[in-house]
Design a binder for this molecule. Structure first.
Ligand code: EPZ
Length: 419
């Protein structure tokens, strides 16, 4: 089993290039299944989740080949409608095959994803959405089976108890492109990854209004063609490197990072005392010796993202004073707290709040990663901890960060992967 070893104390300096977005690549990979000709996707990151989605596409009969950061997808053979348990249990985003299969084949059979380390992760909104488009949905033997002889446009309100759903919006948008008439999605997710999906579909010939807003209007049944499309940069990877620069009091230029998609993170870092400047090449982050504590409320986009909660907590754990981090999206996303406390942090959990009392010095320790962003946060803590931090279960990390240890090492971190 591989581990990451980090020895703290190095100040990060230099330039890092931000990779393509994982969470934008996965929906776009399913969208191009709907084209009548092959597509080329560029800026595709080398990640295990992208590999799993390639396996999903292959299972559905399409041909997908990744060469360097360019993915060629030929949907000509797309005639299978089942995403099996083996793939869905590896990656929940396999659920996007529900919308794509319904749109193209009128039938989808997808293993129910179940919960994971960060929460229950229901899919009721996905199912409600496709049912309102006319699909008949049954659940049996752990699989969702959806059939639609004809999809018909509908008015769909898509928010759940914690706000809009990125995944449900993806599935409903995909299915609605094949529905007769107009679909209006209210309370659609406005996350940049949904915007990127819609941009890709528009480039394929779809007629969609309101992109980037919470009201999407989709005029279905337009013929979709293959596309040559470049995926947006990964805002969570960018945010993670911003915290890496801040926590080590470094000076790092994040090439290709898009400040417009990171407003809440930039604002919070500035409030803490970090200098963040937008440049023509990306974002420059300069750390200082003087930081102030800050409260962080996780909210749906454009609020502070849940996918940056663990990372900002690593920074706040090192800032003297009290900070409160409130998680409102995933009910169980505090697993990293226990590991950070093993590194000398002083964090207590009170329901959805984490009370972070900043300490002067973290100490390296063997720690266990519970999910993707928790893994990154433990590495961030390790960058300033005294001695060695050994992060275990890094298979989570390889799902969503391209060459993170190589990128950090190039900035001066003392970090290596060990078998
Ligand atoms: C996406 O998950 C991301 N994953 C997550 O990133 C991210 O944390 C999340 O959006 C929120 O930004 C991918 O893009 C692959 P949701 P998704 O549906 O789509 C509730 C990472 O680290 N909900 O927007 O599964 C749900 O319980 C991952 O890269 C329902 O109630 O998230 C949650 O509270 C982790 N019913 C809220 O909505 C539903 O049917 C938002 O979930 C669906 C969701």
């Amino acid at each position: 089993m591989q581990k990451i070893s980090v020895r703290g104390g190095k100040v990060l300096k230099g330039t890092v290039e931000i990779s393509g977005s994982k969470n934008a690549t996965l929906p776009v990979m399913t969208a191009v299944l709907l084209g009548e000709s092959p597509s080329i996707l560029r800026n595709v990151p080398h990640l295990n989740d992208v590999k799993t989605m390639t396996d999903v596409l292959t299972k559905l009969g399409a041909n997908a080949v990744l060469d360097d950061h360019t993915l060629k997808v030929d949907p000509a053979g797309f005639n299978q409608f089942e995403a099996p348990y083996e793939l869905v249990k590896t990656m929940r985003a396999s659920i996007y095959s529900l919308g794509a299969c319904l749109a193209r084949l009128g039938e989808a059979k997808v293993s129910l994803p179940g919960g994971c380390a960060i929460g229950a992760r229901p899919i009721d909104l996905h199912l409600k959405g496709v049912e309102q488009l006319g699909a008949k949905v049954t659940i049996q033997h752990g699989y969702v089976h959806a059939v639609a002889s004809k999809l018909k446009g509908a008015n769909i309100y898509l928010a759940g108890p914690h706000g809009p759903s990125l995944g449900a919006t993806v599935n409903v948008v995909l299915a609605a492109t094949a529905a007769e008439g107009t679909t209006v999605i209210d309370a659609a997710s406005t996350e940049p990854e949904v915007e990127d999906l819609v941009n890709c579909l528009i480039a394929m010939g779809a007629q969609i209004e309101g992109n980037g807003t919470s009201k999407l209007v989709i005029h279905g049944k337009k013929p979709l063609k293959g596309v040559d499309y470049s995926v947006i940069p990964d805002r969570v990877e960018a945010g993670t490197f911003m915290v890496a620069a801040a926590i080590t009091r470094g000076n790092v230029l994040l090439k290709k990072a898009n400040a417009h998609q990171l407003g809440a993170v930039i604002e919070k870092l500035r409030q803490i005392g970090v200098t963040v400047d937008e440049t023509s090449e990306g974002i420059r982050v300069v750390g200082s010796g003087e930081y102030k504590p800050a409260d962080v409320m996780i909210l749906p986009y454009p609020g502070f993202p849940t996918d940056m909660q663990a990372q900002i907590m690593a920074l706040l754990a090192t800032v003297p004073g009290n900070s409160i981090v409130t998680e409102t999206i995933w009910e169980n996303r505090f697993m990293h707290v226990f590991e950070m406390n093993r590194m000398g942090a002083d964090i207590t959990i009170d329901r959805s709040h984490a009370v972070v009392k900043g300490v002067k010095q973290l100490t390296g320790a063997p720690v266990m990663a519970s999910d993707l962003r928790a893994s990154a946060a433990l590495i961030l803590a390790g960058l300033v901890a005294d001695g060695e931090t050994l992060v275990q279960r890094i298979y989570h990390l390889d799902r969503g960060y391209e060459k993170i240890e190589e990128k950090l090492s190039a900035l001066g971190a003392d970090i290596k992967r060990i078998s």
